[in-house]
Structures are given as C-alpha cells and as structure tokens.
Design a protein around this ligand. Structure first.
Ligand code: SF4
Length: 75
C-alpha cells in the first residue's frame, strides 16, 4: 500500500452507521462491531477513486473525505 497520493479520511464521530459507504465501495470501507465506519484501504488505487468518491457522496452525514496529496478535496 502506497502512502502517497489521495487519502480517504473518515470522521467516525459523525457516522450514523447507515452502511451506504460500504455499499458503494466495500473494498475501501468496513465497519466496527457496532456498525461504525472504518477504512479498509486508506490509499485506494486510482481506479478505485471513483468508488471512494461515490461513497463520500452517498454518506448522509458527510463523514467521509477523499483528499488529494495536498489535502484538497477531490469532490
Ligand atoms: S455512509 Fe456515512 S454514516 Fe453511513 S456508515 Fe458510511 S460513514 Fe457512516
């Protein structure tokens, strides 16, 4: 796993456990036993960025950010 490039950040304190992110990108987002979001792949491959962004857009609580290497939002 690369440590450079885009990064997926989740704010678990905002998560309501809907699972929408896991539905959009099950290889990138997981869940704790309590159903709160976890990140399985903090640095998705370029071909998985659309799925990460789709998950960000699917989150009703805006608990997900997908940032570029400079910390700017990709979507
Ligand atoms: S979509 Fe948002 S609220 Fe739902 S589980 Fe994922 S991070 Fe939590």
């Amino acid at each position: 796993m690369s440590t450079a490039g885009p990064v997926v950040v989740v704010h678990q304190e905002y998560c309501a456990g809907t699972g929408a992110c896991r539905g959009a990108a099950p290889d990138i987002f997981g869940a704790t036993d309590g159903g709160w979001v976890t990140v399985l792949d903090e640095h998705p491959a370029p071909d998985r960025l659309p799925a990460a962004i789709a998950a960000q857009e699917a989150c009703p609580l805006a608990a997900i950010e997908v940032l570029d290497a400079d910390g700017e939002a990709l979507a």
